[in-house]
Design a protein around this ligand. Structure first.
Ligand SMILES: Cc1cc2nc3c(=O)[nH]c(=O)nc-3n(C[C@H](O)[C@H](O)[C@H](O)COP(=O)(O)O)c2cc1C
Length: 214
């Protein structure tokens, strides 16, 4: 698919993702992901991080950090490299997915590439990946449960939009119209943790927001 670089115009933040001047496949891909339960994200590691195409895609999806829509979607991350893909690259992807609301059900680093011997690769990874997939599919049937970090991030964003945000912005209207500014909401979805994690995340979020939004 065609994925251009982000130009940094911020139109996706201020006017909505459809105002992006990039006329490529990003929105089509986004809509496709929204219609799926589980996605597998993969690609080669370049210089200890995700490759440029993957990073371009992550950048172009940045509007989702402000207006997460993927809190019902789950992901499995699989990276390949010449010598054992770095956790740094895995983290780059995971951080992005989690800020979009997604739940990462598994991750795997593989030493392989287009020039690897297919037979050897099969021998080395077939069973491993099969086991991974069995585990992922089992977990995929469960309802998404946000992590404490996701709950805290929601709480910080909620404080921001309630107290500081310009009420005319596209982001503010999204949070308001979706009901996310109401106190009864602790996360974007109803699967929002037990009472203890709710209280802890809201308290922590409020404290962090107070410091950050001074
Ligand atoms: C520009 C570039 C940077 C790379 N950087 C790394 C790296 O930092 N660490 C690593 O283990 N392999 C690195 N590699 C190796 C690739 O990850 C490896 O060859 C991988 O198997 C390529 O997969 P592909 O054949 O599916 O494209 C790099 C390769 C390229 C072309």
């Amino acid at each position: 698919m065609k994925i251009d670089v982000c130009l940094g115009c911020r139109k996706c933040f201020d006017e909505g993702e459809s105002a992006c001047p990039g006329k490529d496949d990003v929105i089509e891909l986004y809509n496709k992901i929204r219609s799926e339960d589980l996605i597998i994200i993969g690609g080669p590691v370049y210089v200890e991080d995700v490759n440029g195409i993957l990073k371009n895609w992550i950048d172009r999806m940045a509007f989702n950090c402000h207006r997460p829509e993927l809190f019902n979607q789950k992901a499995y991350v699989v990276l390949n490299s010449g010598s054992g893909a770095s956790w740094h690259a895995v983290k780059t992807i995971e951080r992005a997915l989690m800020s979009w609301g997604m739940t990462v059900l598994g991750r795997r680093k593989l030493v392989l590439g287009a020039h690897s011997d297919a037979g050897l690769v099969n021998e080395k990874y077939r069973e491993l990946l099969k086991t991974d997939m069995e585990k992922v599919i089992k977990k995929a049937n469960n309802k998404n449960k946000p992590t404490l970090l996701q709950l805290i991030t929601f709480s910080i964003q909620q404080c921001y939009y309630k107290n500081k945000a310009d009420k005319q912005t596209y982001d503010y209207k999204y949070w308001k119209n979706k009901g996310f500014l109401e106190d009864r909401n602790y996360y974007f979805s109803q699967a929002d943790g037990n009472t203890f994690t709710r209280i802890i995340s809201r308290m922590t979020g409020k404290i962090i927001a107070k410091v950050l939004l001074k």
